[in-house]
Design a protein around this ligand. Structure first.
Ligand code: HEC
Length: 186
């Protein structure tokens, strides 16, 4: 190697030395995807547990009910949004690029989830012994919300909503977000 060539490459070699200890981007992306999919799976487990108690296939236990609601609560809102913030579209991920272009809608759904989960947790606390009739859906409760619009503003209506109604609305929130922001598996 002539001196001239070495002089050109020396700074690049020095720079590579500095850059090397930083974990590589592909690994970081993989971690992001694993972490957010794990959080989603934990929420699905928690929702399943609460569902079993409403259906009566599992006996009501306010402590477990509350823990499940809190498990969803802590993974919702800001925590959920943060998982997708830098770049939603990564290898191994089903997240849609629309998360970036419609970030306000995404954040609103993540926050709705938080409101419902919080309400369910409070409900379990108020009902330590039994799943009482006042926790049940009432005739005329609007169960559904369209995939792209909501008929219910959770912030306003949560106070008068039964626990079971809040639970159904929460599941609708999961579905709404998936319909809009998760790509269908091929
Ligand atoms: C604000 C949007 C949003 C909400 C709300 C939401 N999800 Fe998700 N969910 C996603 C996105 C986006 C993905 C795809 C993540 C990926 O593959 O990187 C996903 C993926 C999943 C997965 C698949 C995880 C895997 O292993 O690939 C499950 C299960 C899931 N969600 C369950 C739920 C449940 C249950 C709820 C409600 C309690 C919920 N989600 C609420 C956006 C949301």
């Amino acid at each position: 190697m002539s001196f001239k060539v070495y002089a050109v490459f020396a700074p690049a070699i020095a720079l590579a030395g500095i850059v090397a200890p930083i974990p590589n981007q592909a690994q970081a992306n993989e971690k992001t995807v694993i972490a957010r999919q794990l959080d989603m799976k934990s929420m699905a487990e928690a929702a399943k547990l609460i569902d079993g108690m409403f259906k009566g296939s599992t006996s009501y236990d306010s402590g477990l009910f509350k823990a499940a609601a809190e498990s969803i609560h802590k993974r919702s809102g800001r925590a959920l949004v943060a998982h997708f913030e830098d770049n939603p579209v990564l290898a191994g991920s089903a997240a849609s690029s629309t998360i970036m272009t419609e970030s306000a809608v995404f954040a609103a759904l993540a926050n709705d989830l938080r409101v419902y989960a919080n309400s369910l947790s409070a409900s379990a606390e108020r009902h330590p012994d039994e799943l009482t009739p006042d926790m049940r859906m009432k005739a005329g409760d609007v169960k559904g919300l369209g995939p792209f619009g909501k008929k219910v503003d959770p912030a306003k209506e949560i106070l008068t909503m039964s626990a079971e109604h809040a639970f159904h609305m929460m599941l609708q929130t999961c579905t709404s977000c998936h319909t809009r922001f998760r790509q269908k598996p091929n």
